[in-house]
Design a protein around this ligand. Structure first.
Ligand SMILES: Cc1cc2nc3c(=O)[nH]c(=O)nc-3n(C[C@H](O)[C@H](O)[C@H](O)COP(=O)(O)O)c2cc1C
Length: 372
């Protein structure tokens, strides 16, 4: 967990001293200082008592790294591949909604930063930019598209078609949000997105342009979604990744219904409070999948060492949501780029110090439970 550190004056201090944020916690603190309380609460908050939100973070502290010495780490690389796409590190940008609420650069800034750093951004269905705009802003880059299946299947199909046409190389279908989790921070602040902030999918879904609450947005989603729908989506021309799996049973079903990958996710603690930290259920999912599909994880990633611990538990890569959101808040595209560069450097250093010259060298033997 972060130490209690105050950054006087943000990145450029008042007395002319430059206070560069040196880690994700610094970015979070600066974002908390600069954002309106309602906006910060929406992005930072979780569901119910926020037990799962906290546990996602704390789970990494329950494991120690077991570094191996005298391994040649002179040429350590953080590079790997995800669904066959080379990436500069085993960390992708998680889909998160309404990025225009944090900074005018919005999703286009995040996409440019991810492309610049050599990783994949997953664009949310509830983005303030359309897939074609993101593709046009980042020629040659690899992106994934996150799918919320709307009650109006025509809108979903048209969004998927747009994304595939724009060159998005995978569909990430989110399955843990048939209804919005009980987000009490938003209830207390009465949070609604500003009316001028529009998501193309929301307008296509039939909601008029007005101030929307998170409940309004999620009301578009079809709560009757089932494995049959996954099978149908999996017959499209790009691989389908099922996001929101937390059990061996569902992991097996995802494999049986045509998924190419799974994201072990509890939606950053924003949906069902009381489910386990994602790191804790990752081994169960990895064992159930038995190598049939790729397994990714998100939730609570703030450090390169978190990523190495997730790799040791069997993840091929991770996704980061809030870490990226705080970079976007603080300095738009440049802030996202810096956060991603910081994490890439932390990952490379953690790999080297653990005696792993590449992400694929990390094994279960590189972690042990921390004594309680
Ligand atoms: C503000 C916010 C909005 C989100 N919006 C979406 C979304 O539109 N679609 C989705 O599949 N997941 C969404 N998520 C969940 C993220 O994809 C991811 O699971 C989560 O942020 C990971 O936890 P982390 O923020 O601790 O990295 C959102 C998360 C946050 C914090």
């Amino acid at each position: 967990m972060p130490q209690d550190l105050t950054l006087a004056g943000g990145p450029s201090g008042e007395n002319g001293t430059v206070h560069e944020p040196v880690n994700v916690w610094d970015y979070e603190r600066l974002a908390a200082e600069s954002l309106d309380a309602g906006v910060f609460g929406y992005f930072a908050g979780g569901a119910g008592d926020e037990r799962t939100l906290r546990d996602n973070l704390e789970a990494y502290g329950r494991w120690h790294l077991r570094p191996r010495m005298l391994v040649d780490v002179a040429e350590t690389t953080s590079a790997t591949t995800v669904l066959g796409t080379p990436v500069s590190m085993p960390l992708l940008v998680a889909p998160f909604a309404m990025q225009g609420a944090l900074h005018a650069d919005g999703e286009l800034g995040t996409a440019r930063a991810a492309a610049g750093v050599g990783t994949i951004m997953c664009l949310s269905t509830l983005a303030t930019a359309a897939p074609a705009e993101v593709a046009a802003a980042t020629p040659g880059a690899s992106h994934w598209f996150q799918v919320y299946v709307f009650r109006d299947r025509g809108v979903t199909q048209s969004l998927v078609d747009q994304a595939v046409e724009a060159g998005f190389s995978a569909l990430v279908v989110t399955v843990d949000a048939p209804f919005l989790g009980r987000r009490e921070r938003d209830l207390r602040t009465g949070f609604a997105f500003p009316a001028e902030l529009t998501a193309p999918s929301v307008l296509a879904g039939g909601l008029a342009s007005r101030a929307m609450t998170p409940v309004d947005l999620l009301s578009l989603i079809d709560p009757s979604l089932s494995w049959r729908d996954i099978e149908e989506l999996a017959s499209s021309s790009v691989p389908v990744v099922v996001k929101g799996v937390l059990t061996a049973e569902d992991a097996r079903l995802a494999c049986e219904h045509g998924a190419a990958g799974i994201v072990v996710s509890n939606h950053g603690g924003r949906q069902l409070d009381g489910v386990p930290a994602t790191l804790d259920v990752l081994p169960e999912v990895v064992d159930a999948v038995a190598g049939r599909v790729e397994v990714l994880l998100d939730g609570g990633i703030r450090r390169g060492t978190d990523v190495v611990k997730a790799l040791a538990h069997g993840a091929g890569a991770v996704l980061a949501g809030r870490a990226v959101a705080w970079g976007l808040t603080v300095d738009g595209e440049a802030g996202v780029r810096r956060v991603l560069e910081l994490l890439r450097e932390e990952i490379r250093l953690a790999l080297a110090l653990a005696g792993c010259p590449s992400p694929s060298a990390v094994t279960r033997a590189h972690v042990s439970p921390a004594p309680r």
